[in-house]
Write a new protein. Sequence first.
Length: 726
Amino acid sequence: RRYRRALPTLVERAATGKVPASELAELVASPELSLAQADQWLHDKLSGGGELAALLRSLSVSSLVDDLLRGGAVAAALSTPAGARTIAGHLDAALGLPNGWGPGLGDGASDHDRRTGLAHTIATWALSVEYVDDLKREPVAPVLRPIQSLSAAVVQSCRTLSRTLRTNHRELYEQAALEMEERLQEEVRAAQAEDLGQVDTFRFEEDSVLAAAINILETQDAENAAPWEQLIEWSERRLEQGSFWLDREPERRTAWRLIDAMARLGRAIVNAGPRLEALGQHAGAIQRYVDHGAAVDRAHRHLEQLRVLHAYDVRVPRYEELRRLQRSIRERWHWWASEWARDFAQLCREAGALPPPSLQQRTLFDEVVRPMAEGRGVTAYFMVDAFRFELAQELAESLGDQPATVPRLEARLAELPTNTEVGMNVLAPVCENGRLQPVIKGGKDIDGFRAGEFVVRDPETRRRAIAARVGGRTCPLLRLDEVLAETPEGLRRRIAQSHLLVVWSDEIDKAGENGAGPATFASTLQQLRAAWHALREAGVRRFVFTADHGFLLLDKSDTKLRQPHGQKTTPHRRHVLSPAAADHPNELRVPLAELGYDAPPLHLMVPDSVKVFHRGSKPMSFVHGGNSLQERIIPVFTLEHRSPAGGDTTRYSLNAIAGTPLMGRHCIRLVVKREQETLAFGASDEVELVLNVVDSRGHSVHLHDTRGGTAVAGGVISAPVGRPCE
């Protein structure tokens, strides 16, 4: 097949951007138009004008603006009437810039004013063309309507110039945008978020979309995911693709981060549904949570991290509205989590609180850890206090696809009550024939479990019980920070002649109990990744990451989340052990005997929702000990590497200096450099960094924003290699 382009179309495409549109239209409309005539006409047009015209044709429009701003050859020609006419004709052809668009400059204007004024006029025109082309409706401002008749090539030239101005001439861009905004009051009044396009050329566009986003949050739909999807689309476009106005005003970026986090939580709640619907089976409840519930809690944690970080950032646009909306979406999460908790409590009443052996925490060591430790080489067993399932999901995703590696993430139910004294000690082999022998302290607290001739109640006794079960000449016990502090050679020496290495981490639980949890969870995940990498470099090929229990993140100021139970000195935050077999409203009661405990006739009582028992003391936002899915579902994340670690021996140097404080915040300037040359295809373009306070004494680092091509997520900095950043 042959496709023949019409002669007028051919001429238009060849001449657009080279000659004024009015002259081109007159030629194309001629009834005697021929290819030879058009060719000669365009040749004559382009061969005239002298050296200045030739120079203008050789320059891109962006280069022409650069010339005007720095006072180059084009700027010099602007001082003569003939040169000004030639430049105006070129701008008419290249950009469609009409005469009289910008303010005229009289004969008395200085050369500086002429060239900067023309650059400003060009910028306002290019921005206006971009705005109209991006708009999903016809413009209402009369001054913009002629733009609709511009050719596609001219429009594209204007859009390219607008992008260049945003990148290379930010001050000029901002001045031009704000001036045009004053001239386009009809557009400002008519602006609707759904009519605006992909680029916020003018600040009023950003304002309109922000207002629309807040309006959607005000009218949250509990059953419809579409509004949440719209919010996420708007926020992703600004946060990931970039926005000039967010770069100029970082507080706007903070507002959109909060909106994005709220939208993702709202969408996750809609997708999960209001009820657990586990069909009366523990396995069904666990799978429902893994498939849908964990995403809700992950989104809720991310929102809490941002909320803590920006709690008092009053410079954020619509600050009070956003704070109120955060409280609203958090209440929606409280409602959702309580409904699922009540459904799970009812399941436990009907099917028992103790799941089948394959889903129990007490069988984890013998069914998962011990078989891995019997293989050749060393297995690392990570016991991470309060390592909630959704945190393990994030860890598994961050490790990515490792070559010759078999990753597996499963879920089990933690023992009740879900506190460290129970869950952490049960991760050691203390189970005999499916039964546990708890040590009861004071008639109301479990203080460990009997394992043969001794009681497992702390890290060392856990190590002893594990060593007795797996054998090997040694069974090292290291804290997470000890692993990170050791060299690969030191780690190899410490794990020599052992089958199993135990790594203990309480960073998540300790930070949560101290009230700094949301601000530090992401950095702990980074530390776990670093420890995995260090141990793999030291020769460990099998890993097990698990937890003693999860946790709830609550609003400690919400008094509706407190639930009475006898005297305020009786209960723990989420559980009570009592000799009385009494059923209280809104509680789940489980005899210890039904939990497989060989213990005195005690009964465990927990709220059947996410509420905490009213103890009369200062409320906490980080709690555990109860029966909610967030507390009970623990991860079992295993990694088996079939080959040794790769040979990435790249060494980096980090230079960090104090920068000028910005808006009341400290500033650190960073440069990460490779200390030796690396093949390009094997080199990393960025390095993860975490800032911590040395000898913190209760202080912590809160990262508000970054500049210079770096990104921050949950307290972890992704710093570019070889480029300065702040």
